[in-house]
Design a protein around this ligand. Structure first.
Ligand SMILES: [Zn+2]
Ligand SMILES: [Zn+2]
Length: 224
């Protein structure tokens, strides 16, 4: 943990920007109070970081936990929980940058291209540590806008991947036989899977994705 004054000041700056973005975000009338409450949690964090009172990490982690719960419960607020990682990052001496969101594995080529553009934008922003310090406002607003776009895209991919016509394309993105590269695999009991080519191995050996095997949609579709 890094509770030095520059780190706290950086957390405060990012929290104030996140609060401002929440307050000015266009949303349905029923979502606006949620955004206001999340903004208030970010303000609490910024105030705690700037206070002359003895610093306690709970003053950051508790409002972040409350904001996290609201973001998860209100997808319509379009605030991915990664926002919290960016606010906390200057305080976290282990984290040189925030890890990228988990891959979406779209079946459609067009959505795949959009994912690549957003991923590249986030990689570029994460690498721009100079802008993060010297032009925090512009930099962090760009990060938040990219995360909001990612969140929207994730919703589109989810809906598109669920179409029955995309079933095989989705499966092919997630699993492949290490022996024949085929996708005609059955996931059976005791974590054992077999391919039509005859190859058998543990479930994990067939995953081409970064999912946990029990959360992988392809494994779920092909479990017998
Ligand atoms: Zn095979
Ligand atoms: Zn998967």
């Amino acid at each position: 943990m890094n509770s030095s004054a520059p780190a706290l000041s950086a957390v405060a700056t990012r929290a104030r920007i996140a609060a401002d973005v929440c307050r000015t975000r266009y949303a349905a009338p029923e979502t606006l109070p949620v955004l206001q409450t999340i903004a208030a949690h970010f303000d609490t964090i910024a105030d705690a970081c700037c206070s002359t009172a003895p610093f306690n990490i709970d003053h950051i982690t508790q409002p972040l936990t409350q904001a996290h719960a609201l973001m998860t419960a209100h997808r319509d607020a379009r605030l991915p929980v990664k926002v919290n990682s960016y606010v906390f990052q200057p305080f976290d001496s282990q984290a040189s940058s925030v890890p990228l969101p988990a891959p979406l594995y779209p079946a459609s080529d067009q959505l795949t291209a959009q994912e690549l553009v957003l991923r590249a934008r986030l990689i570029r922003l994460n690498a721009d540590t100079t802008a993060a310090v010297e032009d925090t406002d512009r930099w962090f607003r760009a990060v938040l806008a990219t995360l909001a776009a990612w969140s929207r895209l994730a919703g589109e991919v989810d809906a598109d991947n669920r179409r029955p016509s995309n079933r095989h394309a989705v499966i092919a993105k997630h699993i492949a036989c290490p022996e024949c590269s085929g996708h005609d695999i059955r996931f059976g009991v005791r974590n054992w899977a077999t391919c039509t080519c005859g190859y058998g191995d543990i479930w994990g050996a067939f995953l081409a994705c970064f999912c946990f095997s029990h959360e992988c949609p392809a494994v779920a579709a092909l479990t017998i």
